[in-house]
Design a protein around this ligand. Structure first.
Ligand code: G6P
Length: 788
């Protein structure tokens, strides 16, 4: 499926190239290919032409105006230079001929002719070129002393008339200029202005085109680079982004788009180790992943001189171990095995799984006093019964609390030691570490801390019993994301935060803001790996059945029911034995034909409630067996010991039904493992309505473990269920567990974390206040959610 995502990316990239090519054609290359020129280009060229024409016209008008004034000035100069000479001649010798003087002055190439008009409007002196059409009468009639006129030959001339007084005689000196040169000069000015403007415009256009083409090349290179990154999932911080601000924008937008697409596509992804690993590379490139839990995934114990390896019976380990195998990183946990110290290196680390190392296990050592206070005391006598409604009174001791705090602090120090950067992704597991998220946040403020609470969270009244309720909520709110199995537990936590601390709660976004930092509260239903590793080595169902029948000396036609878990009072083991008793009492026809095998792994045996449970269970089994045994056949078999995963799966495959009757359970992975083990699509799951798994596995026979007879009726229904119905129910449940496997569980959290980190990066680059997170919008309803 992830390949389909890549295909889509390829297609998107192909489409993008196509689009880009057609766009290039539209904006430029189209001219060459004969496509119509865009209208905006025509308008721009026309407007530029108009502006250039107007400027050229203006230049010619200015030149004409300037030339006109020049002529007037020249005429006045001529007049002043000969005025006195003309006046003296008029007084001394009125008959004197001034034509030679005029002729000399008229040699100037611009002056066309000179003349003198008497007071009687007679032209007394005139140079040879003086035009006939210009007469003293016409000059006298003209209102202006200077004017332009057109002579008979068609030439335009300029006439300036200056009055001269000499004694009693008066007259006018006429200076005539040829205007042809002004027109020539104006035409020249127009031409040169046009040429200059066209040249400058063309130059600037060329420069602009070069700049635009260079920018477009850089943008397209950047987009192509970002698309290639999208396809190959390479690092988000490429060096070429830094030198080009717009390419950074494009990159950011594409990265966001990619995230959105992944979110949208996420529901269709077949989650597997491969796709989960791919997600890490794509969405959290270079992120260091650190898991922290109390229980370690591999325990080394000393058995005489030998060292044995044990995989503990823990839902947490069953879920997280395959995730770590897929993701790599470091798992920090309490080294509780008797040979654990002998199997680590000098830094308390060892590569695991031992047969095929994929990640590093970092063991933390605790003294007996610390274990008693932190693990047995506060975690398992305080928080465990507090969070499970199993009617066992929680015990809170001051000294347990002190050890709990101390051990949380110790783990915080180890996390800081293990962190190779200032923003690792830390996955904090469970109720042993309620204070740890805050302690890590104080030391590594930029860390992405995802805390998952594997057990239920009680209602606010119940939680209020805890004397350190505020500290616990405060500690958990150091997380970036706080996850529970169900929405119901999320709601309970929000209620508790509302009631016990001064925080801001956004119920729409399901977030709590406390100490200036926002924590998202999200449901992430946990699951198992698919296909389960333990299934790979399993024999066919019939052989498993034969093996179990032999081991327990059972007849061939026996119907087998199994219960497999840690021997914990929350699991309702006593209740199911009582239901077996009820079944055999009300339906004795099943005596000798029905067996219930309870595999129970000893757990927390140091605690009184647990040892008392074992003793009570043994007594109850003895009583029921005594009541319903026939010919030495005992209907209940209680096996108190640790079972390795392959033994567990063999039992699942050998059975006709599996009973999960938890009085209260966060999720319960036994139910999902049973479904996963039944690749033959047979077997019936009887599931408590108080286990989180009942929200998902609704094709199971859902029971109330407190209703003994009701549970016995469910056993009967299972015994009578036709194979076809078993197959139909099992098929649906297997489909769901296959799709919603543990890789999806981890992926959902990591995707949310990736999105937050991405947004944090964007907001911090815009100088948002430190620590403030832009909250995730609730994920829109999807097909998958509607199905849930
Ligand atoms: C539950 C808890 C886990 C725990 C497991 C086994 O599933 O949520 O945190 O590891 O029980 O309990 P134990 O005390 O043996 O680790």
């Amino acid at each position: 499926m992830i390949l389909a995502m890549v295909d889509r990316t390829d297609r998107a990239q192909g489409e993008f190239k196509q689009d880009r090519r057609s766009h290039m054609r539209r904006i430029g290359a189209g001219w060459l290919l004969g496509n119509p020129v865009p209208r905006y280009v025509i308008v721009a060229v026309a407007a530029t032409g108009l502006v250039i024409g107007a400027l050229a016209l203006l230049a010619s008008v200015l030149v004409k105006d300037w030339s006109q004034r020049d002529i007037e000035l020249r005429s006045r100069l001529v007049f002043r230079s000969i005025r006195d000479q003309v006046a003296r001649a008029m007084i001394a010798k009125p008959e004197i001929d001034l034509v030679p003087v005029f002729q000399r002055i008229a040699q100037d190439e611009r002056i066309l002719a000179l003349g003198f008009c008497t007071a009687q409007a007679q032209l007394r002196y005139a140079t040879k070129e003086f035009p006939k059409s210009v007469t003293c009468v016409s000059v006298k009639r003209s209102k202006s002393a200077a004017f332009a006129t057109t002579v008979a030959s068609g030439e335009r001339i300029h006439v300036s008339s200056f009055p001269i007084t000499a004694g009693k005689s008066t007259g006018h000196l006429l200076v005539l200029h040829d205007l042809a040169f002004i027109d020539a000069r104006a035409a020249e000015a127009r031409l040169y202005t046009l040429l200059t403007l066209i040249g400058v415009t063309a130059g600037l256009s060329l420069l602009a085109t070069v700049i635009v083409l260079a920018l477009m090349r850089a943008w397209s290179r950047s987009i192509r680079g970002a698309l290639i990154e999208m396809q190959h999932g390479s690092a988000s911080e490429s060096p070429h982004h830094a030198d080009f601000p717009i390419s950074r924008e494009i990159h950011t937008a594409l990265t966001e788009l990619r995230m959105e697409r992944r979110f949208a596509n996420g529901i269709h992804v077949e989650w597997s180790p491969k796709t989960l690993h791919r997600l890490l590379v794509d969405e959290l490139p270079h992120a260091q992943v650190i898991v922290v839990s109390n229980r370690e995934p591999y325990i080394h114990n000393r058995a005489g001189s030998a060292i044995t390896l044990q995989i503990p019976a823990s839902g947490l380990v069953a879920a997280l171990e395959p995730v770590m195998r897929a993701c790599g990183g470091t798992w920090v946990a309490h080294g509780s095995g008797s040979a654990d110290r002998d199997t680590v290196d000098a830094t308390d680390r060892l590569p695991v799984p031992p047969a095929d190392p994929a990640y590093s296990l970092r063991r933390v050592w605790l003294s007996e006093k610390e274990q008693n206070g932190y693990y047995y005391g506060f975690a398992n006598e305080g928080l465990w019964p507090l969070c499970h409604i199993a009617f066992v009174r929680p015990i809170f001791r001051e000294e347990d609390w002190a050890q709990y705090r101390k051990v949380n602090q110790r783990f915080a120090e180890v996390i800081v030691q293990e962190a190779s950067c200032d923003d690792p992704v830390v996955l904090v597991q469970d109720y042993h570490f309620a204070l740890l998220p805050r302690m890590i946040r104080d030391r590594l403020p930029k860390a992405t801390i995802i805390t998952f609470w594997h057990i239920p969270w009680p209602n606010a009244e119940t939680f209020g019993i805890c004397p350190w309720r505020e500290e616990i909520i405060d500690g958990l709110l150091g997380s970036t994301i706080l996850g529970f199995h169900t929405q119901f537990h999320c709601n309970n936590f929000l209620e508790a935060a509302d009631r016990f601390i001064e925080s801001r709660i956004d119920r729409e976004l399901a977030s709590v803001t406390f100490r200036g930092q926002e924590t998202l509260i999200r449901p992430y239903p946990i699951s198992i790996e698919w296909p389960p590793a333990a299934l790979a080595e399993q024999a066919p169902v019939r052989e498993c059945r034969d093996a179990v029948r032999q081991r327990f000396a059972l007849p061939a036609d026996i119907r087998i029911a199994v219960g497999i878990e840690r021997f914990d009072y929350t699991k309702g083991v006593l209740d199911r034995i009582r239901a077996v008793d009820d079944l055999l009492t009300s339906h004795p026809e099943w005596i000798g034909r029905f067996v219930f095998i309870q595999a129970a792994a000893p757990t927390r045996s140091k605690l009184g409630t647990y040892s008392a449970l074992e003793a009570e269970a043994e007594q109850l089994v003895a009583k029921v067996n005594a009541r319903h045994s026939r010919d030495g056949f005992q209907p209940v078999r209680l096996v108190i010991r640790h079972h390795e995963p392959d033994e567990v799966f063999e039992l699942f495959r050998a059975s006709d039904m599996c009973i999960v009757s938890s009085l209260h359970d966060g999720m319960n992975l036994v139910s999902k493992e049973f479904v996963a083990a039944r690749d033959d699509e047979h077997g019936v799951l009887i599931l408590s309505s108080f286990a989180g798994a009942s929200r998902e596995l609704s094709e199971a026979l859902i029971v109330n473990p407190y209703d003994t007879h009701g549970m016995a009726e469910a056993f009967l229904q299972a015994l009578r269920m036709p194979p076809a119905e078993q197959r139909d129910r099992m098929r649906l449940m297997r489909e769901l567990v296959r799709e919603r496997n543990v890789y999806r569980w981890a992926a959902q959290m990591l995707l949310d974390a990736a999105r937050l980190r991405q947004r944090q990066r964007i907001t911090s680059s815009k100088a948002a206040p430190a620590g403030r997170i832009v909250p995730l919008q609730p994920v829109p309803a999807t097909k998958e959610r509607k199905m849930a």
